[in-house]
Design a protein around this ligand. Sequence first.
Ligand SMILES: C[S@@+](CC[C@H](N)C(=O)[O-])C[C@H]1O[C@@H](n2cnc3c(N)ncnc32)[C@H](O)[C@@H]1O
Length: 174
Amino acid sequence: MTQTHFGFQTVDEHEKARRVRAVFDSVAPRYDLMNDLMSAGLHRCWKAYAVMVANPQPGQRVLDIAGGTGDLGLAIAPRVRPGGMVVHTDINLAMLREGRDRLLDHGIVLPTVVCDAEQLPFPSGHYDLVTVAFGLSNMTHTELALRDIYRILKDCGKRMVREYSHCATALRKA
Ligand SMILES: C[S@@+](CC[C@H](N)C(=O)[O-])C[C@H]1O[C@@H](n2cnc3c(N)ncnc32)[C@H](O)[C@@H]1O
């Protein structure tokens, strides 16, 4: 069996997928609040910075992978108008539902697709921009997800991955 990481633990890769699903199933209704509390609101700045760097343009096709409750979709959708589109995706239905409802509350309707980033159901060379915020570390085979991201990007397309980095060992113990 192949071992992988779940937080600071080493677990079997099937066990990781199961735990990730269970975590997001259970936190979905409280995810936004939890995110604000755990990052002291900083995730909003990190995402705003990521959108600024990704610099989406009117008319572009954008895919948000592991989009969860839709923060990036919310920020990017107005920037690709007119003529563009953001597709909001996640493997977890509960997270996507929260996101869809939240986007609707802001008057934004996005195509929403439940899918695994490791096997994206989209044609090759289709997107101008692919975004992933804090999703890659939750995936079991990140190399498969990255390979599929490159596959679906246009030749001149852009990929924006926002992720936590590792903290120093001393801090990790604390
Ligand atoms: C920490 S949340 C990030 C949500 C959102 N992008 C944000 O920044 O608030 C991680 C998300 O990754 C999703 N996820 C985990 N594994 C996935 C996979 N293999 N394919 C697609 N999404 C996945 C989870 O369901 C969860 O919604």
